[in-house]
Design a protein around this ligand. Structure first.
Ligand code: UT7
Length: 331
């Protein structure tokens, strides 16, 4: 019997219409387009506006578009995972709300939180379910309304993040395409450098936590940068080595979009030219669990069946990882 593999058979993305530019941010905090472009590499990011709208609205748009373009009926889906750090609410899972919004009825679903590595962790989870032979069609969606946890008076974090979602359809195949290998890592001691102080069971929401601005992202930029720059490059080059891949063998690197300097360091370590690296940080910023599928969505037309692709990410947790896959279709 042929071994079952998990292959991406479609990708779709969604970003809200509102564009928050560096010029507008420069009016909110003491910063400049020049500083943000030099230190991070972001020009603008998308923000979801409108009362009562959350991550599930962004995620549902991506999933709806994915179902339409792959001509898949909602009832064909077995399972949906939503990778997010900005769920609609603590419970129920945003994955369930997305499923309900798009009419997925015959499936189970859950959220997965692995910070900016969330999409990679979710795709690996879905891969294992497919490879087991138990399920045939799974949607993995990375969706974030990062603007809901950004302090727009803090110049160290507010230029970085944006809202958006990307979704892929993962199916089973007996051909030699799809996910070949992945390497995922965590180190929980990294919590001190990047977290949300209140709103969980340790420090439930109170007037004090609101006054102390403890529901926003807390990030110590420099230590996070140091970890990200080394771990993302380590894990990406490690996955190349253990699959005997040289830089010539790789068609595309899909890196998490946190900082242009981290992307450059990863590509350099892998020996890749910039023209093989998907980069859209300048227009979407860091959309956390949505960066990787948003890249795949934007580059989909350029991808060819059989292309060797490396995905790499680093995020809160700390979490990091890389995946090697063979692209499964020409669009
Ligand atoms: O996706 C999840 C993982 N997250 C990451 O990968 C983020 C990793 N970290 C980073 O990307 C960078 O550390 C930041 C972009 C967050 C910050 O850049 P940096 O080059 O590490 O700056 P810094 O924190 O060392 O700050 C340098 C200076 C400070 O001023 P002083 O103390 O030297 O006077 C900051 O106050 O830059 C100042 N600064 C700013 N200046 C103008 C910080 N933010 C700004 C700003 N505009 N927006």
């Amino acid at each position: 019997m042929n071994h079952i593999k998990a292959v991406i058979t479609g990708v779709h993305g969604y970003v809200p219409d509102y564009i928050l530019t560096n010029e507008e941010i420069s009016k909110m905090v003491d910063t400049s387009d020049e500083w943000i472009m030099t230190r991070i590499g972001i020009k603008e990011r998308r923000i979801l506006k409108g009362e009562g709208k959350g991550t599930s609205d962004i995620g549902a748009e991506a999933v709806k578009g994915l179902l339409e373009k792959t001509k898949t009926k909602p009832e064909e889906i077995d399972f949906l995972i939503c990778a997010t750090v900005t769920p609609d609410m603590q419970f129920p899972a945003t994955a369930n709300i997305i499923s309900d919004k798009v009419g997925i009825k015959n499936a189970f679903s859950f959220d997965l939180n692995a910070g900016c590595s969330g999409f990679l962790f979710a795709l690996s989870t879905a891969t294992a379910y497919i490879e087991s032979g138990r399920y045939k069609k799974i949607i993995v969606v990375g969706a974030e309304k990062m603007s809901s946890i950004v302090d727009y008076t803090d110049r160290a974090t507010c230029p970085i993040f944006g809202d958006g979602a990307g979704a892929v359809l993962l199916e089973s195949t007996t051909e030699n395409f799809g996910v070949i290998d992945f390497n995922l890592q965590v180190d929980g001691s990294g919590k001190i450098h990047l977290h949300q102080k209140a709103g969980g069971s340790v420090k439930p929401a109170s007037h004090q936590t609101i006054d102390a601005k403890e529901h926003y992202i807390y990030q110590e930029g420099q230590p996070v940068f140091k970890w990200a720059v080394s771990k993302m490059a380590d894990v990406a080059s490690e996955i190349m080595k253990r699959n005997n891949l040289t830089s010539e063998d790789i068609a595309w690197l899909v890196p998490h979009q946190a900082n242009m300097r981290i992307i450059d360091a990863t590509a350099n370590r892998m020996g890749l030219n910039k023209d093989k690296v998907m980069i859209n940080i300048q227009k979407f910023g860091n959309t956390t669990a949505a960066t990787l599928p948003l890249c795949l969505w934007e580059w989909e037309k350029q991808l060819k069946k059989g292309d060797n692709i490396i995905l790499a990410a680093f995020g809160a947790g700390f979490t990091w990882g890389a995946m090697y896959l063979k692209w499964g279709y020409n669009s």
